[in-house]
Design a protein around this ligand. Sequence first.
Ligand code: SAM
Ligand code: SF4
Ligand code: SF4
Length: 337
Amino acid sequence: MTVQDQLQRPLRDLRISVTDRCNFRCQYCMPAEIFGPDFAFLPSDKILSFEEIERLVKIFVGLGVRKIRITGGEPLLRRDLPQLIARINAVEGVEDIALTTNGTLLKKHAQALADAGVKRVSISLDSLDEARFFEMNGNRGKVKTVLEGIEKAAEAGLLVKINMVVQKGVNDADIVEMAKFFKEKQHILRYIEYMDVGNSNGWKLNDVVGKKEIVDMINAVAPLEAIAPNYKGEVATRFGYKDGNGEIGVISSVTDSFCSTCSRARISAEGKLYTCLFATEGTDLRELLRSDKTDEEITTSIARVWQNRTDRYSDERTEETVNNRKKAKIEMSHIGG
Ligand code: SAM
Ligand code: SF4
Ligand code: SF4
């Protein structure tokens, strides 16, 4: 069975957050003033177990999902994560398992993750400057550690991409430096426009450095040309270096949104299903999983949610829609980007 939403978009990708905790406090995601020592993270019995996640993956595959992305919080803080990956990898119909991580624990876990079935890993790194990076991640992590994690992931045979969130006046001075560094290292770097996810980061349109600006800056020192997407609905717009050596991507959720091809569902660590990154409400799958409902009944409930989906938040976003929003959005650290 496959399902389509109200805008004829199929359900193809599932992003699973395996923890709401993180060892970083990136200002744009989990600012330390809000996610402080007294912040109440989820207790372990409220978080989906590996069995529950595996059951959901089977159900979602039955509705058309082919790609799984594991995220968080910081997913590598979830104990025995490779065991979960191996379970997901064994589900018939899963074609691709990817992971998004801040990279700090990757040196230790890269090989086990690859052995368990992860194919691709997106590693977040916002600057190569130790002082700037430290400030951005809430004084928690070093560039050196992340770079070591990147090396280990590549050695383990994982396909590595680097994610850089660009904030005006914070790290936009690093755009070109990052491009040069990862061109040399032959890793694809993807620039992410700073988004108004959650309610904690005080987002303003003025803080966004748009796709055009980013590409122009790099193009001035290393000429670029647009290249075709790898597949329909690819989130990043691709640009190849004209010298034939490497490429970058830009995820332009703000200046050039891509809702019309969005086939992504998200499950938070406590088992809520969200049909958009900017959702205010989710569907409680944990309750269904812990009831006496059969797989068929849960499948029907999820299908109904997807069939009713009309989300196109980024297509409609303006500074007014952001500021006038009445309901609180779900935080990024809950559903993992
Ligand atoms: N902790 C992992 C990490 O940082 O890669 C996984 C979860 S994190 C929420 C997923 C991605 O969302 C990261 O690449 C992060 O940089 C990005 N992100 C977080 N807040 C964002 C924001 N306000 N705008 C754009 N991207 C953001
Ligand atoms: Fe943690 Fe990732 Fe959010 Fe940074 S972006 S605070 S590393 S979850
Ligand atoms: Fe998908 Fe929502 Fe992002 Fe649009 S705003 S691309 S619907 S997650």
